[in-house]
Write a protein that binds this ligand. Sequence first.
Ligand SMILES: Nc1ncnc2c1ncn2[C@@H]1O[C@H](COP(=O)(O)OP(=O)(O)O)[C@@H](O)[C@H]1O
Ligand SMILES: [Mg+2]
Length: 351
Amino acid sequence: MKKKVVFFEVREGTDKGPDGYRPDTMPMVNALNERDWEAEVIFYSDDKKDEILEKVLTEADAYVSRINPGNLKSEKVYFEMLHELVNNGVIGMAHPDAMSKYGAKDALVKLRDTDLVPSDTFSYYEIEEFKRNFPKQLANGERVLKQNRGSTGEGIWRVVLIDIDAIDQHGSVKLDAKVRCTEAKDNHVEERELGEFMEFCEQYIVGDNGMLVDMPFLHRIKEGEIRIFMINDKPMNVVHKKPADGDDAFSATLFSGAKYRYDKPEEWQELMDLFTGNLQSITEKLGGYDLPLIWTADFILDTDEQGNDCYVLGEMNCSCVGFTSHLSLAHHVADEVISIIKQADEVECHK
Ligand SMILES: Nc1ncnc2c1ncn2[C@@H]1O[C@H](COP(=O)(O)OP(=O)(O)O)[C@@H](O)[C@H]1O
Ligand SMILES: [Mg+2]
């Protein structure tokens, strides 16, 4: 064991504090130092990749990735470096494949046979599949379409059928039916014809990592989105995000006017039990990687067939989840990092 951890950041981006780092990075570095561990922040750039790789392989037990993929020119080279690190014994927090798998919207579809996600949740990697299934699903009720990228509600559409009679003999909504589409980015509403709107959505399916997730619209989003903030396998706090008032408003992003409130996990005990009880199947279904170090899971309330409250998973994030509003969590992160490295070291010694 080298007793050293590196934190990867990039210089660019609007997520930096006055010291040039993400505001929650130095608190983690300091917390590790207080525990007699070395920690260093490395600014990643593609042209320094080999140098960084060499340094981290010789000096560190683990890395913590604090990079918003949106701030990288291309994720490819960075992810190649992370792969080389984990393949050569450096512990990835998170593993690059876990970062892609947990962060992608199609994680929902991989989890649809758990009790976290409705079974009528679909993913479309091909335009043909989208055209075949979406009009059928829309005939059953309001839907939400989610593009794979971003995290600001862009390309997340609530779709409502206006002409409720416009359903053909196969049970699919007709392509010339009028639909009301609301984008979560800013809750703006557009009335369009279904076929024309679906053509517009093809942009989300084509290209690298392109795809759409199609899930039922959950009316109880009005009561808010419930975000569990996780450190490894431990829920640390809950952020309750209530969308702006208004009939069409459904977005829980700050930009769209939602209000945030912070709760203790104990105030949402039933949800915590549901989620922690599912952690093992989540890991298995998303590729078998260790859980990310710092990550979130967002839930929306729903009502089950017996009329009881239940919770539906809406998305997970793990690439660069911040905790600037609760910097004392840095101590929990440091303890968790050290414990993960020590456990891995024991396993190594017993081989
Ligand atoms: N199935 C759903 N039913 C109702 N509202 C939803 C649903 N899925 C997402 N939303 C709303 O849309 C917002 C954006 O969707 P989300 O999946 O979180 O994408 P993003 O990555 O852009 O944050 C959520 O914060 C929530 O308010
Ligand atoms: Mg979201």
